[in-house]
Ligand binder design. Sequence first.
Ligand code: ADP
Length: 176
Amino acid sequence: MNVNFENRVLELVEGDITEMETDAIVNAANAQLVLGGGVAGAIRRKGGPAIQAECKKIGGTFVGGAVITGGGNLKAKYVIHAVGPRMGEGNEDEKLTNATLNSLKLADDNKLKSISFPAISTGIFGFPIQRCAEIMLEATINYLTGPTGLEKVVFCLFGHSDYQVFAKQLEQETSK
Ligand code: ADP
């Protein structure tokens, strides 16, 4: 599913984010920037050890923050490590909005044209997928309708049911 905002496109796909060919892919990271399971594990396995080594040098970031490293052996040239909230820690919605916006800003700061996101926080961190779709899509649409050099933002959803949740929400957002 594709939606255009002037000359920019927001795209939804179902699949494995480590296969995406956008300039950057976003990792659902933790504040310590240790690549464990879920998206991070897939990135570590396919991207090779250079990504974790770069993360170790950076050391960590705050919940809602994002940092950038190279993409190692991935098709994407960069990985943006965004730290989403863990369900139950408080202020989850605001933190997820910030993680999304800080990733988009970091892509712009590095003059990237395209970026792919997973559904941040909805795996190990336990955040509900519907609320994630509402928050991440709203933040992205607001960002894409402002000044940005980004041309394409992709949400790469893992499995058909998560894809359907995002597709329904995007339809609702764009029919407003
Ligand atoms: P978090 O710790 O932020 O919850 P996870 O990596 O556990 O991060 O999960 C975030 C989301 O990414 C979940 O919806 C999970 O199903 C999904 N996911 C896991 N592996 C992949 C992958 N290879 N590509 C895209 N999405 C993935």
